[in-house]
Design a protein around this ligand. Structure first.
Ligand SMILES: [Zn+2]
Length: 306
C-alpha cells in the first residue's frame, strides 16, 4: 500500500524544476541545471515551461557542460512533432561537432523516442568515432566516450547486430568496472560506518498502522527526505532498506523491546555488518538508493530534494 498520489508526484516535480531553475542563476552550471529542470517540467506535464528552459539552455551553452543545451532542445522539438526545426539543429551539431559526449547521447535518445533506431545508432556511431579514437583506447567507465560505447552496445544488441570490436571494448570496460566495484564493496564491509535505516513505502505504511508513535505525522516522502539528509551529513554512511517483518523477528530473537529506538538502530547496524547495506552515494546516473528505479540525480539526489 503506497501513499504517493499522482498529484503529490506532480507537485514534487514542479518543486524540483523550480529549485533547479533557481540554482541555474548562481550555480555556474546554468545549462546543466536548465536541462535537468526541463526534465522535471516534462514529468509535470508543463511543456511550455519545459521548452522555455531548453531554449535558454541552448542559448547559454558554451559546449563545456556535461549536458548539451542545443541537443536537448532539438530532442524536445523532434519529440513534439517539430521535425524541421529539430533537424536544422541536429544538422548544425553534425557540422560543427561538440566536445560534449552528451550531445550525441541526446541526439540518439531523441531518435529512439520517435522510433528510428537506425538514426539513433548513427548518432552513437558519430559520437563514438569522435570520443573513442581507437580500439585500444585507454578508456575507463565514466570517461568521455564510455556512455556512448555503452548505449551503442545496448542498441546494437537490441537490433540483433553481431558484436564488433567496439562492443568488445565496452565488455572489457564493464569487466574492469565490476572488479573495481567489488574492491570498494569489500573495503566497505570492513568498516563500521553508520547505517541509515530506510523503510520502503509499503513497510512504512505498515509501521504507521502498527506503530504510529515511531514516526508521528510523517509522510513517506518526508521519511525519504530525512534519510537522504542523514546520508548527506554522514558521507561514510550506507543505507539499510528495512522490512518491518524482519525487524519484528530481529527484536524477538534478541529478546529486546520492539518499540525502542535503539532496537531499530541495532537492526540497521547488524544488517550493515552482514553486508546488506547499500553504499551511498550512487553515481548521479545510477539507480537511486531508495528503490524508485529513477536515476539518483533525478530522485533523492536532485539538488532541491534534501
Ligand atoms: Zn530516490
Amino acid at each position: 500500500m503506497t501513499v504517493t498520489s499522482g498529484e503529490a508526484q506532480r507537485r514534487l516535480h514542479v518543486e524540483y524544476a523550480e529549485a533547479l531553475e533557481a540554482d541555474a542563476e548562481t550555480s555556474g552550471e546554468q545549462c546543466n541545471d536548465l536541462v535537468e529542470a526541463a526534465d522535471y517540467w516534462h514529468f509535470a506535464g508543463e511543456h511550455e515551461r519545459e521548452e522555455r528552459a531548453l531554449r535558454v539552455a541552448a542559448e547559454v551553452d558554451d559546449d563545456s557542460n556535461v549536458l548539451h543545451g542545443p541537443a536537448a532542445y532539438a530532442k524536445f522539438l523532434l519529440t513534439h512533432g517539430r521535425r524541421a526545426e529539430a533537424e536544422e539543429r541536429f544538422a548544425r551539431l553534425l557540422r560543427e561537432g561538440s566536445n560534449c559526449e552528451w550531445a550525441y547521447v541526446t541526439a540518439s535518445m531523441a531518435y529512439r523516442l520517435v522510433d528510428e533506431p537506425q538514426e539513433a545508432l548513427r548518432w552513437l556511431n558519430i559520437g563514438v568515432n569522435r570520443f573513442v579514437p581507437s580500439l585500444d583506447a585507454e578508456i575507463e567507465m565514466g570517461d568521455a566516450g564510455s556512455e556512448l560505447l555503452r548505449q551503442r552496445s545496448l542498441l546494437r544488441r537490441e537490433l540483433g547486430l553481431p558484436p564488433d570490436g567496439l562492443d568488445e571494448l565496452h565488455e572489457r570496460l564493464t569487466e574492469h568496472g565490476r572488479q573495481i566495484g567489488a574492491q570498494i564493496e569489500s573495503i566497505r564491509r570492513h568498516d563500521e560506518d553508520p547505517a541509515i535505516l530506510f523503510w520502503p513505502a509499503a513497510d512504512f505504511a505498515e509501521i504507521q498502522r502498527e506503530r504510529p508513535g515511531w514516526y508521528p505525522g510523517t509522510e513517506h516522502l518526508e521519511h525519504r527526505r530525512e534519510a537522504e539528509r542523514a546520508l548527506r551529513q554522514h558521507p561514510d554512511a550506507a543505507v539499510v532498506i528495512g522490512s518491518f517483518e524482519s525487524l519484528v523477528g530481529f527484536a524477538a530473537s534478541r529478546g529486546i523491546a520492539l518499540d525502542e529506538q535503539s532496537t531499530r538502530a541495532e537492526f540497521a547496524a547488524e544488517a550493515a555488518r552482514r553486508g546488506l547495506a547499500i553504499a551511498w552515494p550512487p553515481g548521479r546516473n545510477d539507480a537511486c538508493w531508495c528503490g524508485s528505479a529513477r536515476k539518483y540525480k533525478k530522485c533523492c539526489g536532485a539538488p532541491g530534494f534534501a
